[in-house]
Design a protein around this ligand. Structure first.
Ligand SMILES: *Cc1c(COP(=O)(O)O)cnc(C)c1O
Length: 420
């Protein structure tokens, strides 16, 4: 459930008409709903209430906006970060260092050090090599790093190949059949506190079976590790739960996910950790856009050219992803159209042959479910500047990320004197 609803014929975010935000902030602009974020955070937590003291870390990469992180920090969420930049954000938003997990296959020396200095709660180590590097840095600083070893369970998540992370051929984690020996060797490092294992098999999962398969493999691994004399007190089950991108689409609910987790992990005797991203933020945001013009082209449906583009919302171009597209002031009339942005790439296409509300030049519309992997993937391609972000709270809203003009980006560029 989200708080983007029609009221008196106008699409609102909570109690704010989107027309108002478009007029005051301009378009394209992301609009997030505080009530929706809080609701999703609570629903997910509630779904895990059958577990003993689960640790929930929001996957910052899904939506790293400071205001969004602040809301989740207030909900008691920690953070799953994958770069030094995300770590800085999580800390700035008020997440406690001990609630922060550092994931990622290519943490640099500087990033490992940054995590140690910040005193983060856990490093999810993705290779034996990374473990030794972290041990060396920790020893030099007189620290001990709490670690989980990320394993690659070789499970097909049955999601888009670009967001599948748990197949043998993917770059993430260590192979399951080598995990025990690697864990045991790393556990001998004085500066590492090897305390658990981690898994994350992919994103936008539409069934629970791949997760259950991966978790079951993790359960076997825990037993194996303990049989080898290793201590395992934590298991990080990652994120990945999908969200409905199409109205009426049915996906496993957080409650069903929580019940499955409780069943599969019964008797593990560990603290379970979670890294949800999309399921928290996805449906808590829309991308608000204005129609530049509708153009006829041959005999096919018209092209509706909107002022948002693939640089603002990359998912359709990158993953062929679907986003529901709706008028802010629907008249009841409908049309079939190709929805495209202004960028000079055929890939700058949001939808082909889409049945949608009838729209003409100047009309406002939204791409729904844009709160995760939306603004954060923005670029300035075609010298378009960076899209603005707003947060609605009841009948008020705030700009939570300024639009960064193309000219401001240009200000960072130099023509060397020797070209003059
Ligand atoms: C991206 C990512 C997540 C979050 O995935 P969602 O599908 O958004 O829940 C969690 N953990 C890791 C390690 C990730 O890379």
């Amino acid at each position: 459930m989200d708080h983007f609803q029609l009221k008196d014929g106008v699409l609102h975010a909570e109690d704010v008409p989107l027309v108002r935000i478009a007029e005051e902030v301009g378009t394209p602009v992301y609009v997030y709903s505080r009530a929706t974020l809080e609701r999703h955070a609570r629903v997910f937590r509630e779904a895990l209430s059958g577990l003993d003291n689960p640790h929930i870390a929001f996957a910052v990469k899904a939506n790293p906006n400071l205001a969004v992180l602040k809301i989740l920090a207030n909900e008691g969420y920690g953070a799953d970060v994958v770069s030094g930049g995300e770590l800085t954000r999580a800390l700035k938003a008020g997440m406690k260092p001990e609630d922060i997990v550092f994931s990622g296959v290519g943490k640099t020396h500087a990033e490992l050090r940054q995590g140690l200095e910040a005193g983060i709660g856990q490093f999810n180590i993705e290779s034996e090599e990374e473990g030794y590097e972290l041990a060396a840095i920790a020893a030099r600083y007189g620290r001990r790093a709490a670690c989980a070893l990320r394993v690659n369970p070789d499970v097909d998540a049955r999601t888009h190949e670009k967001i599948s992370t748990g197949k043998r051929e993917n770059k993430f984690g260590v192979p399951l059949d080598r995990a025990t020996e690697i864990y045991a060797r790393l556990a001998r490092e004085e500066a590492l506190d090897m305390r658990g294992i981690a898994v994350h098999i992919g994103s936008q999962l539409s069934t629970l079976e791949p997760l259950e398969t991966a978790f079951a493999k993790l359960g076997k691994l825990i037993a194996e590790l303990r049989a080898e004399g290793c201590s395992v007190t934590h298991a990080d089950l990652g994120g990945g739960l999908g969200v409905p991108y199409k109205a009426g689409e049915e996906l496993p609910s957080p409650a069903e996910y929580g019940a499955m987790v409780a069943r599969v992990t019964a008797g593990w005797d560990v603290r379970l950790m979670f890294e949800p991203g999309r399921v928290i933020a996805g449906n808590a945001g829309v991308l608000l856009t204005r129609v530049i013009r509708a153009k006829r082209s041959g005999n096919g449906p018209p092209f509706v050219v909107v002022d948002a583009a693939m640089n603002d919302l990359a998912r359709p171009a990158m993953y062929g992803a679907w986003h529901d597209f709706e008028a802010v002031e629907p008249t009841g009339a409908t049309m079939t159209a190709h929805i495209v942005g202004p960028i000079c790439e055929t890939g700058d296409t949001f939808a082909m042959d889409r049945d949608c509300d009838a729209l003409v030049a100047g009309d406002l519309a939204v791409f729904r479910t844009a709160g995760a992997y939306g603004a954060t993937m923005a670029s300035s391609y075609n010298s378009r500047g960076f899209v603005a972000e707003t947060l609605v709270d009841g009948d008020r809203y705030a700009v939570v990320a300024d639009r960064i003009a193309a000219s401001a980006i240009m200000d960072a560029e130099r023509v060397p004197a020797w070209l003059a």
